[in-house]
Design a protein around this ligand. Structure first.
Ligand SMILES: Nc1ncnc2c1ncn2[C@@H]1O[C@H](COP(=O)(O)OP(=O)(O)OP(=O)(O)O)[C@@H](O)[C@H]1O
Ligand SMILES: [Mg+2]
Length: 260
């Protein structure tokens, strides 16, 4: 359904940040993209949604096939119209607009009647959003804002939803609720590419995962394979010694072997 192959991204014409990313999101699946700060996860999503140019970035190599078409040089609006929606890092809702206005903003281009009936569905699912539909969204809690951000993206009726660290800064109980919502959305037929630093959440939700470091995919496999992987356990799932990077883990293991 979505297929990136050999994608390279350069910022400001000089900084090579993605060094040949290849990954797939099959129809109907949840795929996770893991990796530490600065690995290039958000950049990968920007490449997918046509949002690189506003950050002075450019795809210099590779292609992005979405439903058989190369969208690597398409504009953000036409990518959204083709069925890809994104929830950006840091819950970018409009704090000064009401909950209802935020939801409407996500539905641009759709008939008002359909948008209204979808809104009622969200209010039924999240009573709190319904109760506060006329209130400023900035007054919602962090978790409620994340739910609103996801609901707003869904108002565009996407086929593929890109989520950039939806669990960031949320309490464990709220993280679990966001996880449930992601699962529900997927059951309704929306494919999901989930960027996360919370590896245990991501591996519980996704069927397949990629681990990215310094602009490259360093590891990929089914979620179960990654959960069983000693390096992933050590670094990403916090089992045993914590190392500063996946490569350090490799080095550390090699050194340990060499010393013994
Ligand atoms: N507009 C930009 N201009 C120059 N460099 C940038 C720009 N945006 C991001 N970068 C750099 O690209 C690299 C990858 O950044 P990116 O935001 O994609 O990482 P990330 O994996 O999403 O990290 P995080 O987990 O912190 O969100 C970083 O080194 C970052 O400093
Ligand atoms: Mg990021």
């Amino acid at each position: 359904m979505l297929e990136l192959s050999g994608v390279e991204v350069v910022y400001h014409s000089v900084v090579l940040v993605l060094k040949g990313i290849s990954l797939n999101v099959p129809q109907g699946s949840i795929v996770a993209l893991l990796g530490p700060n600065g690995a290039g996860k958000t950049t990968t999503l920007r490449a997918l949604t046509g949002l690189l140019d506003i950050h002075e970035g450019r795809i210099t190599k590779g292609q992005i096939l979405w439903q058989g078409q190369n969208i690597a040089s398409q504009k953000a609006e036409s990518i959204v119209a083709s069925g890809i929606a994104q929830v950006m890092e840091g819950r970018r809702i409009f704090p000064e607009l009401s909950v209802e206005e935020n939801l409407f903003a996500g539905a641009s281009g759709r008939p008002k009647k359909d948008a209204l009936s979808d809104m009622e569905k969200f209010y039924a699912r999240f009573a709190i959003l319904g109760q506060r539909r006329k209130q400023m969204a900035g007054y919602l809690s962090g978790g409620e804002q994340q739910m609103l951000a996801i609901a707003r993206a869904l108002m565009a009726k996407p086929k593929l939803l890109l989520l950039d660290e939806p669990s960031l800064g949320l309490a464990p109980k709220i993280v679990a609720q966001v996880g449930e919502l992601i699962q529900e959305v997927n059951k309704e037929g929306v494919s999901i590419l989930l960027v996360e630093q919370n590896a245990s959440l991501a591996l519980d939700l996704a069927s397949y995962a990629y681990v990215m470091e310094s602009g490259k995919i360093v590891l990929d496999g089914s979620s179960q394979e990654l959960k069983d992987d000693k390096d992933v356990q050590e670094f990403y799932l916090g089992v045993g010694t914590k190392q500063s990077s996946y490569r350090d883990v490799k080095l550390y293991r090699r050194r340990k072997r060499w010393l013994s």
